[in-house]
Design a binder for this molecule. Structure first.
Ligand code: MG
Length: 410
């Protein structure tokens, strides 16, 4: 048997007693890039969106362990994680372990996760709100400018997602003008009850977006978190006319350290607008109530927060058993993007698309080499057949985007 190392094949029996030598993290805004180093010189890469100290606190628990026994390593650190951002350390490590294990096997990660069921994986584009110059804009004209621009992108996304509700900077659309919400604050996440003006304005924004997109491109909305249950119920009902791909985090979600499955069940039961949540949730157990109660139509685990690649596959299969769809959240750079391609390749038929958040950073693909570029064509990514996550990290490109004072994995 032969394994893959730095572009060359080597004798695999050398890796039987392989050990983790080091775990390194570097700031790469808005998060961290991670590298697990082994005594055989094989590296595994990943990302995390949490304080560097949190990731590095896990290092003593994994050094000396065999990285190819992924679950055995995870058993040592999984209990150190929690809802976003505290699951990021353990989740990021899990991704890097699969990168190493599959490089050792000389196979792409998807083979170790059970094998692919699709050759190309659908990806959707997060668009934020409107644009005014380089800034965020919640005017209808701003949204129209942005949607016109996004629908012409060379990636030809089949689903675009826009922010309404409280999602976005400075309290989002609902707090960007007076009289759209009765009571809320600018702390995030928030929850509030909309005024009639707030409801009407959001419907006007969505109508303008739909007019630009027609039926050719699907529209998803990130709505919070979150609205009061009565507000979410009213809004979801009024949004039915637009046949959305989904409405995200209408009640709770991003950064909420809990799940409110009963409220989501009440909401989802009253509307045909598909509901989605889950980007902050840690582990399959965190999704259990939402799935078993059929409280939402979609779950959206983030590989780098939910516990990793195998964990996300497990969540997707569990959801499929209950007729629930999956559209993984992804805020990451090119490494988490590639992790999503491998997981997207192995998920069952309930997989719809994974998220892409970097469309306004034209250099996003530069940090990885050895992949066919552009990565996104016709709204899909071809699943790579090269070992590991399928790329080599480009030190020069990463260094170019490091914050001042940060060095490449020293
Ligand atoms: Mg979201």
């Amino acid at each position: 048997m032969e394994a893959f190392q730095n572009g060359e094949t080597v004798n695999q029996t050398e890796y039987i007693k392989m050990k983790i030598k080091d775990l390194k993290a570097i700031n790469f805004p808005p998060g961290l890039l991670l590298r697990i180093e082994t005594d055989e010189g094989i590296y595994g890469y990943s990302e995390a969106f949490c304080p560097k100290e949190h990731v590095l606190s896990l290092k003593p628990l994994i050094v000396g362990q065999d990285p190819t026994n992924v679950e055995n390593v995870m058993r040592r650190i999984r209990h150190k994680g929690g809802f976003k951002p505290w699951g990021a350390g353990a989740s990021g490590i899990e991704v890097a372990l699969w990168d190493i294990a599959s490089k050792v096997a000389g196979l792409p990660v998807y083979k170790l996760l059970g094998g692919k069921v699709r050759d190309a994986v659908r990806v959707y584009c997060d668009c934020g709100a409107g644009i005014e110059g380089d800034g965020q804009d919640y005017s209808i004209e701003g949204y129209v400018r942005n949607v016109e621009r996004k629908k012409k992108q060379r990636e030809h996304f089949s689903i675009l997602k826009f922010d309404i509700g409280f999602h976005g900077s400075e309290g989002g659309l609902l707090q960007s003008a007076p009289n759209r919400v009765y009571e809320a604050d600018r702390d995030y996440p928030t929850q509030g009850h909309m005024t009639e003006e707030g409801i009407d304005y959001q419907i006007k924004v969505v109508a303008a977006l739909k007019e630009c997109l027609g039926t050719e491109i699907g529209l998803a909305l990130d709505c919070g978190p979150g609205l009061s249950l009565p507000s979410a119920t009213i809004l979801a009902k009024k949004l039915e006319q637009f046949n959305l791909a989904w409405a995200e985090d209408m009640l709770t979600g991003d950064m909420n350290p809990y799940v409110d499955a009963d409220s989501y069940f009440a909401l989802s039961s009253t509307t045909t607008t598909p509901t989605l949540t889950g980007e902050q949730i840690y582990l399959r157990q965190g999704f259990r109530d939402l799935v078993e109660k059929r409280a939402v139509d979609f779950v959206s685990p983030d590989i780098c927060d939910a516990g990793g690649m195998m964990e996300t596959k497990w969540i997707g299969e569990f959801a499929d058993l209950f007729g629930i769809l999956i559209a993984p959240h992804n805020y990451g750079h090119a490494i988490e993007f590639m992790a999503n391609v491998h997981v997207g390749a192995v998920l069952p038929r309930n997989f719809v698309a994974f998220e892409f958040h970097r469309s306004d950073e034209p250099w996003w693909m530069d940090i990885i080499k050895g992949v066919e570029k552009p990565l996104i064509k016709d709204g899909h990514v071809t699943v790579p057949d090269t070992p590991g996550l399928g790329f080599e990290l480009d030190e020069r490109a990463v260094t170019k985007h490091l914050p001042e004072g940060e060095r490449f994995f020293e």
